[in-house]
Design a protein around this ligand. Sequence first.
Ligand code: FES
Length: 143
Amino acid sequence: MIAYIEGNHFGNPRTDTLKFMREIVMCTTCRFTPAEKTGPDGRTGGEILIGHMRDAIAARGADVKVQTQVCLWNCKRHCSVVLRDDERFTYFTGDHEPSREQADAILDWFAAHGETETGEVPFRLWPDRMRGHFIARIPPVKA
Ligand code: FES
């Protein structure tokens, strides 16, 4: 059994010796735009959004794990991002533009999620940029 200790506002343990209980899963192959697979620098939209996410996390000094995945089977609603938590609701999201502003909005929402008991974030706390991006919520595995 894994024991969790008091987390920061992202809900992650404060020590590297324990397993992360939360993470952001991001698609590497999502398109840049509906018409273009890659942007001007040759990266996919997913790769660009992942880059912005890593920069946003570093700028905050946040303790957030990013996992990357080739295709999350949500290709028409690119870019795709899963906000995963093994003790609270997990959320599948899409239609994210590959921008720093969007990465910051995802992180803001994930921080609010980390403050909740169940993973249900009051709508009034949602960043505007996160509205309309939620596709499904998945409950945690019950013991
Ligand atoms: S390419 Fe990103 S979900 Fe399929």
